[in-house]
Design a protein around this ligand. Structure first.
Ligand SMILES: [Zn+2]
Length: 376
C-alpha cells in the first residue's frame, strides 16, 4: 500500500470552493457553472464534452463528461457531482466564519454539491502538480439533479468506460459511504363521484371528497417499517359548497429499499381506494410514476472497498450507511455502473444555514485524492 500524498493545498481548495459557490447555478440554469468547470477541467488535461440533456429538461445546459487518460495502472473509474443547487441559490456570497464556510444567510451556500466539485478539482490539480500516476478518470457532472434527477436520466451511459464510480453528494461526515438507497415512486389517486345540488338532491350525488376521506382512513401512512415509507403530500378538490364534489385527487410517494414492498404498498393503497369507491358508488384510478430504482451494494464490492481503503488512509472514521433519499447513484447503478455515494461533510443542506467546516472540506479533497491514487 502506498502512503497517501496528503499534499492538497488547503488555501487553493477554499478559494476554488468559494469561487464555485459564487457562480449562479439553480436547476436548468447551470450554464456559467458548466463553462467554469469545462475550462478548469480542460486546463487540467481532461477532454470535456457536453450532452443535450438541457433540451428535454428545459434547461440551458447539458451534462458534462470529462476524461483524463490514465498515467498509471488500474481500471478506469468515475467521479460524479451535480452542477445545480436548490433555490435560493443565486447571488451566493460565501465567506469564512470561524471554522466554517457559510453563506450570508440569504441564500443556500452551495456546498451541495460545490464541496464535491471543489474536491475533485483540487485532487486533479494535485495529481498534475506532483505527476502522480493514476488510472483513467472520468468526471460526470450532471444538471438538474435537484429536479428529481432529471439530468442524469438523459446521460448516455455507454460513454462511460468506467464500470464503477463515486457520486460525491451526501450529507454526513467524510468517511461515510452510502451503499444502499430506496426505490421511489410517486402516485396520484383520483376519485370520481357524481355532482348534484347539495341542498335539493344530495342523495343523487356521490361525494368524491367523502370517498377520498374514507380511502385515506383505510391507508397505512408514514413509517411502514424500517425500510419503507408512504406519504400523502397533497389533496385537491375544487368546488362550490352547494355542489356535491365529483372529483378529488391525492398525490403521494412511496419509498423502500425493497422493491417488493413498494409494490405491496401500492396494492394496499389501491385496495383502500376501491373499497371506498364500492361502498359509496364511485370509481377510482391510481396513476403511478417511477422516480428512481433502489440499489443495495455489498460492502465487498469494488467501489465500496476502494472508498473504504481511501477513508482509512486519510484517517477518516469509516461508516457504511444507507439513505432515505435518491441521488444520481440510483440511476448509475440501475444502468450497470456500480456506484457508491460519498458523504461530503456539509451540514444543513437545502437551507440558508448550509455550511461546511474547513476541516471537512479539506478531508474530502484528501479522500478523493486517496481514491484516485489507490493502486491496490
Ligand atoms: Zn446534492
Amino acid at each position: 500500500m502506498t502512503s497517501i500524498p496528503r499534499h492538497i493545498t488547503r488555501q487553493r481548495l477554499f478559494a476554488t470552493f468559494m469561487e464555485l459557490c459564487a457562480i449562479d447555478s439553480e436547476p436548468g440554469r447551470e450554464r456559467q457553472m458548466a463553462d467554469f468547470l469545462r475550462e478548469r477541467l480542460t486546463g487540467l488535461g481532461c477532454s470535456v464534452s457536453e450532452d443535450r440533456a438541457g433540451q428535454p429538461t428545459n434547461g440551458n445546459t447539458g451534462n458534462l463528461h470529462a476524461r483524463l487518460e490514465g498515467s498509471g495502472p488500474g481500471e478506469a473509474l468515475f467521479l460524479s457531482c451535480h452542477l445545480d443547487r436548490v433555490a435560493p441559490g443565486t447571488g451566493v456570497r460565501p465567506r469564512i466564519q470561524g471554522e466554517y464556510l457559510v453563506s450570508d444567510g440569504t441564500t443556500v451556500l452551495g456546498a451541495d454539491d460545490g464541496a464535491g466539485l471543489a474536491a475533485i478539482l483540487e485532487a486533479l490539480t494535485t495529481i498534475r502538480e506532483h505527476r502522480i500516476p493514476h488510472p483513467t478518470l472520468e468526471i460526470v457532472l450532471t444538471v438538474a439533479e435537484e429536479l428529481a434527477l432529471a439530468g442524469v436520466r438523459h446521460f448516455d451511459i455507454s460513454r462511460l468506460e468506467a464500470r464503477s464510480g463515486f457520486v460525491l453528494d451526501a450529507a454526513g461526515r467524510v468517511g461515510q459511504i452510502v451503499v444502499q438507497a430506496p426505490e421511489k415512486v410517486n402516485f396520484r389517486a383520483v376519485f370520481h363521484g357524481r355532482s348534484a345540488h347539495a341542498g335539493f338532491s344530495p342523495e343523487q350525488g356521490i361525494s368524491a371528497i367523502q370517498m377520498a376521506a374514507l380511502a385515506i382512513s383505510r391507508m397505512r401512512l408514514l413509517r411502514i417499517d424500517p425500510e419503507t415509507t408512504v406519504n400523502l403530500g397533497s389533496i385537491s378538490a375544487q368546488g362550490a359548497s352547494n355542489i356535491v364534489p365529483e372529483f378529488c385527487e391525492l398525490s403521494g410517494e412511496i419509498r423502500s429499499l425493497d422493491p417488493a414492498k413498494v409494490r405491496a404498498q401500492l396494492e394496499a393503497i389501491e385496495r383502500a381506494m376501491e373499497s371506498a369507491a364500492t361502498e359509496l358508488g364511485g370509481s377510482t384510478e391510481l396513476r403511478v410514476t417511477e422516480r428512481y430504482p433502489a440499489y443495495q451494494l455489498a460492502e465487498e464490492t469494488k467501489a465500496a472497498r476502494r472508498a473504504a481503503r481511501a477513508a482509512r488512509r486519510i484517517g477518516a472514521p469509516l461508516l457504511f450507511t444507507s439513505t432515505g433519499g435518491g441521488s444520481d447513484a440510483n440511476i448509475f447503478n440501475s444502468r450497470g455502473r456500480e456506484t457508491v455515494v460519498l458523504s461530503c461533510g456539509y451540514e444543513h443542506a437545502h437551507t440558508t444555514a448550509e455550511r461546511i467546516s474547513l476541516e471537512q472540506l479539506s478531508l474530502l479533497a484528501e479522500w478523493v485524492l486517496a481514491l484516485i491514487v489507490d493502486d491496490e
